[in-house]
Design a protein. Structure first.
Length: 144
C-alpha cells in the first residue's frame, strides 16, 4: 500500500493489525502520489462514488494484468479523476475508503474473503449475535 501523505502512526497501527490478524502487508510512504499513478504500468482504478458502476467494469478489471486501486480522502484532487485509467463507482452514495476497497477486492476475486489469513493469531467466528474471536495457541490450534 502506498500511503500519501506518509503517516508513521497509521503505518504502525496497520502493521500491528497485520501481526494479529495475519496476511502479508507492506506500507510504502508516498510523497508523490501523482508520480506513482503516472508511472504505473497497468490499470489505475480510482474507487469513488462518481465513476462508472463497479459491476460494469469488473470484466475489464479481471482481464487487466495489473491493477492499482486508488482511494482518496475527504477532498480528492480533481486531477486524480483525469490520471486514473478508470473511475469506478463502488455505489453512488458516500462510503469509506476502506469499505470501497474491501467491496472492490471481494467482487473482483468473486469469492468470499477467508475467515483467517495465513499467519493469523486471531480469527473471527461468524455469530448471529455478539463478537466471537478465537486465538491460535502455540501448538497451532484455535482456542476461545
Amino acid at each position: 500500500m502506498y500511503l500519501h501523505p506518509p503517516d508513521p502512526d497509521l503505518t504502525e497501527r496497520i502493521r500491528h493489525v497485520g501481526e494479529g490478524w495475519g496476511g502479508s502487508f507492506e506500507i510504502v510512504p508516498a510523497a508523490d502520489w501523482r508520480g506513482i499513478v503516472r508511472s504505473f504500468s497497468g490499470t489505475v482504478a480510482h474507487l469513488t462514488m462518481y465513476g462508472r458502476p463497479l459491476a460494469e467494469l469488473l470484466p475489464a478489471l479481471r482481464r487487466a494484468r495489473r491493477v492499482l486501486f486508488v482511494v482518496g480522502g475527504a477532498k480528492v484532487p480533481a486531477d486524480l479523476y483525469r490520471l486514473a485509467t478508470v473511475n469506478v463507482a463502488v455505489g453512488h452514495q458516500p462510503h469509506s475508503e476502506v469499505a470501497a476497497l474491501a467491496v472492490a477486492l471481494e467482487r473482483l476475486r468473486g469469492i468470499p474473503s477467508p475467515r483467517a489469513f495465513p499467519g493469523a493469531r486471531r480469527r473471527i467466528v461468524p455469530s448471529a449475535r455478539g463478537k466471537r474471536v478465537v486465538h491460535r495457541t502455540k501448538d497451532g490450534r484455535w482456542s476461545h
